[in-house]
Design a protein around this ligand. Structure first.
Ligand code: F6P
Length: 368
């Protein structure tokens, strides 16, 4: 099968995650070993859809030199975007209204014009849904799962998650001393969209007193009671980790807004919980929003290694003629799963998982 491949393309889509450059390097070096050429598409698929917007025409040739010294770097040398999905592209109608238009046929055509034999699509659920549409249109695609949120099904973990959790746990550690010094309640808001993986892992590792996750709607009075109980035991400070997608039993998620062609933006739970706890407990509270700090910086060793393994495995998948698939970690191996099953559902925290049980046994409150 590999003799039919001469040129492959790589795209990085959605929010960036530490490890993207390591995947790019592994794909390029492994592909060059097979004698294939590599093209890098700029800013998700924008390089193909709006080539005029890029000085290099939206596509760059990726050589050994292009990927030298990038394994440890955050971000992506190709650029990325989480706006303007090709399958729901914001387009201004004649009536002056914005509509979402499917431009995937155009994309498949551009790949054909560029004589791309296979595409490595590195991304989260949105980018992999685009990859699946392209695959259904005959494009030979291999997906690589990326997201700090760890919410992709069919893989035990995505790269970027370990870096985000490690940083969040370090921040929680740092907040302990200042919280204790001032007898304050600190509420730490972390990303993760509709899944509580980052909050749970960072909260347990950082020994938080309460963790609020989207999978368990919380009662603010229960959280306040935990803060009071601590005070009765002589612990006048508390650390609460709140996932951006968490919500109260009788209330909505905190949403910043939604624009056409974009997913809704979450945010605000940290301040909301901090204000309510101040009122209910009478304690001084502060909210800290970690936000995009979780996506920046150098990938941890674990994420680098996973990203390199995923990149090489993607090239192996192409060589074996395995298309419409995603590389996935099923320890100890990386194997290939259908793209369609990877995007069929969101991977949320199982409430009976070992980490959840551990948290409960450590006395951490989930506000339920
Ligand atoms: O999916 C990754 C992620 O960082 C989410 O955790 C977060 O909700 C979202 O992206 C933020 O997106 P943006 O970069 O558009 O603010």
């Amino acid at each position: 099968m590999s003799q039919t491949i001469r040129r492959i393309a790589i795209s990085t889509g959605g929010g960036d995650a530490p490890g993207l450059n390591a995947v790019i390097r592994a794909v390029v070096l492994s592909a060059l070993q097979s004698g294939w050429e590599c093209l890098g598409i700029r800013d998700g698929y924008n390089g193909l859809m709006n080539p005029g917007a890029f000085p290099d025409g939206g596509v760059m040739n990726l050589t050994r030199d292009s990927v030298r010294g990038i394994t440890h770097l955050g971000g992506t040398i190709l650029g990325t975007t989480n706006r303007g999905s090709p399958i729901a592209y914001p387009t201004l109608g004649d009536d002056g209204q914005w509509y979402e238009r499917d431009r995937s046929d155009e994309l498949a055509e551009r790949l054909k014009e560029l004589e791309v034999d296979a595409l490595v699509a590195i991304g989260g659920d949105g980018s992999l849904a685009i990859a699946n549409v392209l695959s259904e249109k005959g494009v030979r695609v291999v997906g690589v799962p990326k997201t700090i949120d760890n919410d992709l099904a069919e893989t035990v973990v995505t790269f970027g998650f370990d870096t985000a959790v490690s940083f969040a746990a370090e921040c929680v550690d740092r907040l302990h001393s200042t919280a204790e010094a001032h007898d304050r309640v600190m509420v730490v808001e972390v990303m993760g969209r509709y899944a509580g993986w980052i909050a749970l892992y960072a909260g347990v590792a950082g020994t938080a007193d309460a963790i609020l996750i989207p999978e368990i709607p919380y009662d603010i009075e229960t959280v306040a009671e935990r803060v009071r109980q601590r005070a009765e035991r002589g612990r006048d400070f508390a650390i609460i980790v709140a996932a951006e997608g968490a919500h109260p039993v009788d209330g909505e998620r905190s949403v910043v807004g939604k624009s056409i062609g974009q997913q809704e933006r979450l945010g605000g739970i940290g301040h909301r919980v901090a204000d309510q706890l101040a009122e209910l407990t009478g304690k001084e509270t502060r909210a800290v929003v970690l936000g995009h700090l979780l996506r920046g910086g150098s990938p941890t060793t674990r994420d680098r290694l996973l990203a390199l393994r995923f990149g090489s495995a993607a090239v192996r998948a192409i060589a074996q003629g395995c298309f419409g698939c995603m590389v996935a970690l099923d320890p100890p191996t990386v194997h290939f799963v259908p793209l369609s099953s990877a995007i069929a559902r969101m991977k949320t925290v199982p409430l009976d998982s070992d980490t959840m049980l551990t948290a409960r046994e450590l006395g951490i409150s989930f506000g339920d």
